[in-house]
Design a protein around this ligand. Structure first.
Ligand code: MN
Ligand code: MN
Length: 468
C-alpha cells in the first residue's frame, strides 16, 4: 500500500511543535533491560543506606570494589585515577581523573544523602505511665501527621564516655524489634480532627514508644526505663549519659519495593535524594577515562539548609578540589570557572490528586524522564541559582546526543510554595550549575514514589554529562 503524503500542516507540526511524549513510547529494548537491572541495584542501595552515614559506607564499599582508593593530599593525580575522600563519615567526594588538565574544568554531579527523619534529642529516654519513650526533634521538612503509627527503625552512632563508638541499626535485620509513634484513636479524636493539619500532631508529641515491661525485682520508680537501659547496656555497653554524645535517627522500617501491577514504580523511604545520589554515583563508577575529570559530590545537611561542616556550604569540597588541582599545579579558580555541575536533586512529580498546586504545562511528569529545572526557589525565584540559557542549551545538546529521555519542569505553581537545592552553593563557587533530578510523588513522606524510567534516565543523563 502506498504511503499517504503528509499535508503541509502535518509537516509543519512535526518541525515546529514541541510534542511531549511518554518515555515508554520512546524507550528502546536495550534501555528497557538496562533500566530493569539498574533499578534492582538501586533498591539494594536504598535498603543498605537509610542514613547519610550508611550512604557513605555503601558508597565507599561500591567504589572500592571498582578500584577507587582514598585520596590523600600530595598524591599524584593522573588520567584514569579513581579517587575518593570521606568527610567525617557523613559526606563523600569521588573523582575519575580525565585526559584533560584540571585547568579545563571538571564535570560535577552533586546530590545529597541526608533525608527527612526523626532525630533523638540529647536526653531522649523517659518513662510516663509505665511506658518508655524517646523524645525526638524532627530533621528537615516533614508533615508530622505522616510519621505517626508507622514502624520505625533506629540507626546511628553512639560515642561512649571513653571515646569508643558503636554503630547502631536496630530494625535493619530480620527479626529485629521495631518502634513507633502512637496517635489518637478516632473515638477520642474529635477535637484533634478540628485542628489544621500542621498543628494536629505537635512536634513534642513525636515520642517513640520503646518499652513497657518493668525491671524485675525492683521497688524504685522508672522501672520500665531502667529495663530499657539494661537492655541497651547489655547490647551496646551504653549508660543513659551516653545518649548525650550520640546521633540516633529514627527512619521508616520499609524496604524498597516495586509499586503497581505493572511494577513501573519504586516505593521507598529516602528517595529524596538518594535516587539522584545513586544515579550520580553509579554513572561515575562506570567511567573509564573521561575527557574532563568527573567528580561526584554526595553532601549531607541539604534538608536543613546545607549548613555545617558536612553540608554543601562547607569548605571540605573546595579543599578536596584544591588538593586535586595542586597535584596538577592548577589554580582552583581556573578549574572552577571552566567546570560544570549538575545539581542532582528530586523535583515534584505532577500529582493529579492535588492538581490545584501544579501548573501542568511546566510540571515534571512521572515517566517523562530526567527532570531539569532552570531555577528552583520560591516567591519570585528567591534562593534559586537560575541557570543561563547558554548552560541549558549545552545540556540539551548533550542529553539529546546521548539518547536520554528528559523533561523541563518547575516545582509547582508560582507562589504555591517552592524549595531549594545545593545548586546555589555550587554557583557561588563560580561553577556553572543546572538543577536536574527525578520527579517524586509524596516527596518527604516516609514512603516516596518514583518512576523506574525516570530513575534510569537520570543515571543515563549523569553519565552523558560526565562523558561530555
Ligand atoms: Mn532533595
Ligand atoms: Mn528534600
Amino acid at each position: 500500500m502506498e504511503e499517504k503524503e503528509k499535508t503541509a500542516g502535518q509537516l509543519r507540526r512535526e518541525i515546529l511543535l514541541d510534542q511531549r511524549k511518554n518515555g515508554y513510547d520512546r524507550l528502546t529494548p536495550e534501555d528497557e533491560e538496562a533500566m530493569r537491572l539498574y533499578c534492582e541495584d538501586y533498591k539494594k542501595f536504598l535498603d543498605a543506606a537509610k542514613t547519610e552515614r550508611e550512604a557513605v559506607d555503601e558508597t565507599v564499599r561500591l567504589a572500592e570494589a571498582r578500584g577507587f582508593v582514598p585520596f590523600k593530599r600530595g598524591m599524584a593525580v593522573i588520567p584514569g585515577d579513581k579517587l575518593y575522600r570521606v568527610n567525617r563519615g557523613k559526606a563523600v567526594m569521588l573523582a575519575v581523573i580525565g585526559e584533560k588538565s584540571l585547568a579545563d574544568g571538571v564535570s560535577i554531579g552533586a546530590a545529597h544523602i541526608d533525608s527527612p527523619r526523626l532525630d533523638l534529642k540529647p536526653q531522649p529516654l523517659y518513662e510516663d505511665s509505665e511506658l518508655a519513650f524517646l523524645k525526638t526533634h524532627y530533621y528537615g521538612g516533614i508533615r508530622k501527621y505522616q510519621w505517626v503509627t508507622i514502624p520505625l527503625e533506629l540507626h546511628g552512632v553512639i560515642v561512649r564516655k571513653d571515646g569508643s563508638s558503636v554503630k547502631v541499626a536496630i530494625g535493619a535485620a530480620p527479626g529485629d524489634p521495631l518502634f513507633t509513634v502512637d496517635d489518637l484513636l478516632p473515638h477520642l479524636g474529635a477535637e484533634q480532627a478540628k485542628k489544621i493539619m500542621a498543628e494536629a500532631i505537635p512536634g513534642e508529641n513525636l515520642n517513640i514508644l520503646v518499652g513497657s515491661r518493668p525491671f524485675k525485682d525492683d521497688e524504685g520508680s522508672n522501672r520500665v526505663k531502667l529495663a530499657v537501659l539494661d537492655i541497651l547496656n547489655q547490647k551496646y555497653g551504653l549508660t543513659e549519659a551516653d545518649f548525650i554524645s550520640a546521633e540516633l535517627e529514627a527512619v521508616p522500617a520499609f524496604g524498597a519495593c516495586d509499586i503497581g501491577f505493572d511494577r513501573s514504580l519504586i516505593g521507598a523511604y529516602g528517595q529524596d535524594d538518594r535516587v539522584c545520589a545513586y544515579a550520580a554515583l553509579a554513572a561515575l563508577l562506570e567511567l573509564k577515562i573521561p575527557t574532563h575529570t568527573a567528580v561526584c559530590m554526595l553532601a549531607d545537611k541539604e534538608e536543613i539548609g546545607s549548613e555545617g561542616v558536612t553540608g554543601m556550604k562547607s569548605a571540605a569540597f573546595d579543599t578536596f578540589m584544591s588538593d586535586l588541582c595542586d597535584a596538577q599545579r592548577v589554580a582552583l579558580k581556573t578549574c572552577y570557572e571552566h567546570s560544570f555541575c549538575l545539581s542532582a536533586d528530586v523535583t515534584a512529580a505532577y500529582d493529579p490528586n492535588f492538581a490545584e498546586v501544579y501548573e501542568k504545562r511546566n510540571s515534571a511528569q512521572v515517566n517523562y524522564g530526567m527532570g531539569f529545572c532552570k531555577y528552583t526557589g520560591s516567591r519570585g525565584k528567591s534562593g534559586a541559582s537560575d541557570a543561563s540559557a547558554e548552560v541549558v542549551g549545552l545540556v540539551r545538546r548533550i542529553l539529546d546526543t546521548a539518547g536520554v529521555i528528559w523533561q523541563m519542569a518547575e516545582l509547582g505553581k508560582v507562589d504555591a510554595g517552592g524549595g531549594g537545592t545545593v545548586a546555589c552553593y555550587m554557583a557561588e563557587r563560580d561553577i556553572d550549575t543546572l538543577d536536574a533530578g527525578v520527579p517524586v510523588l509524596s516527596m518527604h513522606a516516609p514512603f516516596e514514589v518514583t518512576g523506574k524510567l525516570d530513575c534510569y534516565m537520570t543515571y543515563k543523563g549523569m553519565k552523558a554529562v560526565y562523558e561530555a
